[in-house]
Design a protein around this ligand. Structure first.
Ligand code: XMP
Length: 507
């Protein structure tokens, strides 16, 4: 029986992050809403339980809770933040609102011979709590404390119950991963033998059962997410999956052909629509960034619908939605999760059900699954590329001439990044055209040509970003090549702004 850890969801914002940390340790896990958790935990194979944080207060009537029976099952439990308070309150401890609340980086001191003490002595961790435990339940002992929190962590090792007021799952708790690993391996006794191959295999089996005899339609963009999702569904239902690849003419150099070549090896049924002219016609004369996005979105739907109609009735729309695309709102025991769709408005309009096999994965996990499925590195390692394509990098009116300059410049940027090995470390890098012309001199003559911008950022999740500290030699080579090789450009600039206040894309 496979080792399983159940993450009991009390509505905290880091629930999926906890699940991800468990998976990182090669342990299978499921996030289960608190109301259904006990039933699930009692099933075979459950080695451990983790209580998430949550916005509630155990001092309030009706706050999320779980039957106390859970603590008598002999299965190890780790309570995090709200989960720690709940454990204490359920077993006779006391939870109060302290006079001084703790938010952010807080230093704690751990006690030796405890779970936390086994991975750190004195260290910073991430706290974010109003309430805190003021008296421990019988049999428990403190395992860490901070200046204002006497029970920053506590435990009852004989009963294998552990609790931490801080968040071990976030990066700001540097010893957090090690703590979770100790809980999973040493306390729960998990073997740590679950892999991305297992994930792919299990998900494909689930898809097979769910989609048996159904027709599924996929808007394939050639990006990592939609390609991995399509390959998975294709392995589950074969040619009952039809893919439509709308080439809106706003792709990078040779990208359309590369996408088709990459998916060909998987025998996917893909219909390519070259709709560039159509998009450019609609975009003629439009300069407002939001309007451009809207036009592209609407035209995309129109083209996609036309193609879908040719394929006959379809039951499902496959989307490569991944976890960061999902905005969580509230406790996950009802339909409270709102999806942010890349293909805005399509599912509602076409009256199809949605299938999103990657919805609980983070980007790097999608890449791991992609590799496990044998998808080539050229697709799996691809940097993110926005749905509206080069349109968000071509400021002002979009014309074929400007797009050509942008495409050639971008190809140079990408090839020089690869040549310098920077494609492995820089998260996203590209050329953009700020719609700016300036004076230059070339061969003794005055020029008045385009400026090309280079944007290269490092980030973990694209929510915040820093500009990449590029070696000057690489910047110099890119600049030199662009002004020499791309007609119509006489100046190259490097964007040195962080996000916030700027964004990664310029539009
Ligand atoms: P910003 O510019 O908001 O970009 O800092 C954050 C990340 O999102 C990508 N991006 C998009 N992706 N459709 C997408 O699929 C879009 O409309 C879109 N706009 C931005 C951007 O490339 C960066 O990785």
């Amino acid at each position: 029986m496979r080792d399983t850890v159940i993450v009991v969801d009390f509505g905290g914002q880091y629930n999926q992050l906890i699940a991800r940390r468990v998976r990182e340790n090669c342990v299978y896990c499921e996030v289960v809403p608190y109301k259904k958790a006990l039933e699930r935990i009692k099933k075979e194979g459950v080695r451990g339980v983790i209580f998430t944080g949550g916005p509630g207060s155990v001092r309030e009537a009706g706050a999320p809770s779980i039957e106390t029976e859970i603590f008598a099952l002999g299965i190890p439990v780790l309570g995090i933040c709200y989960g720690a308070q709940l454990m204490a309150a359920s077993l006779g401890g006391k939870v109060e609102a302290p006079s001084k609340k703790e938010f952010g980086k807080i230093e704690i001191e751990a006690l030796p011979g405890t779970l936390v003490g086994g991975v750190t002595q004195k260290s910073f961790c991430w706290m974010s709590h109003g309430d805190q435990v003021s008296a421990l339940p019988e049999g428990f002992k403190a395992s860490a404390f901070s200046e204002n929190c006497p029970y920053a962590a506590f435990e009852h090792p004989e009963k294998r119950l552990y609790a931490v007021q801080f968040h071990p799952e976030v990066e700001h708790t540097p010893f957090g991963s090690e703590l979770l690993r100790a809980f999973l391996y040493e306390v729960c006794g998990c073997a740590g033998d679950w892999t991305a191959e297992d994930f792919a295999e299990e998900e494909i089996a689930k898809l097979k059962a769910e989609l048996e005899g159904k027709k599924v339609l996929c808007a394939l963009s050639g990006g990592v997410d939609s390609t991995v999702a399509a390959v998975m569904v294709h392995k589950a239902i074969g040619d009952n999956l039809s893919c439509v690849f709308v080439d809106h003419g706003l792709m990078r150099k040779n990208e359309g052909d590369e996408v088709m070549a990459a998916v060909k090896q998987f025998d996917l049924k893909v219909r390519r629509v070259n709709a560039g002219e159509r998009f450019l016609k609609k975009l003629a004369g439009v300069t407002d960034p939001e309007q451009k996005r809207k036009i592209i979105g609407a035209e995309f739907i129109a083209v996609f619908e036309e193609e879908a109609a040719k394929l006959g009735e379809q039951d499902y729309l496959l989307q490569g939605t991944i976890y960061p695309d999902i905005i969580e709102s509230g406790v996950g025991d009802a339909a409270l999760i709102k999806s942010h769709h890349n293909v805005g408005g399509l599912p509602e309009k076409m009256k199809m059900k949605l299938v999103e096999p990657l919805r609980l994965l983070f980007k790097d996990e999608v890449r791991k699954v992609g590799r496990a499925l044998g998808i080539p590195a050229s697709v799996v390692e691809r940097q993110p590329f926005p749905g509206p394509g080069l349109a968000v990098r071509c400021l002002g009116e979009i014309t074929e001439e400007k797009l050509a300059i942008l495409r050639e410049s971008d190809a140079i940027v990408r090839s020089e990044f690869a040549a310098a090995g920077l494609d492995k470390t820089v998260w996203q890098y590209f050329a953009l055209l700020p719609n700016l012309q300036s004076v230059g001199v070339m061969g003794d003559s005055r020029t008045y040509c385009h400026t090309v911008g280079i944007r290269a950022v490092t980030t973990n999740d694209a929510m915040t970003a820093d500009f990449a500290r590029m070696p000057y030699e690489v910047l110099a080579r890119i600049s030199n090549r662009i002004v020499n090789e791309v007609k119509g450009v006489n100046r190259v600039v490097y964007d040195i702004t962080t996000k916030p206040p700027a964004t990664i894309e310029w539009e």
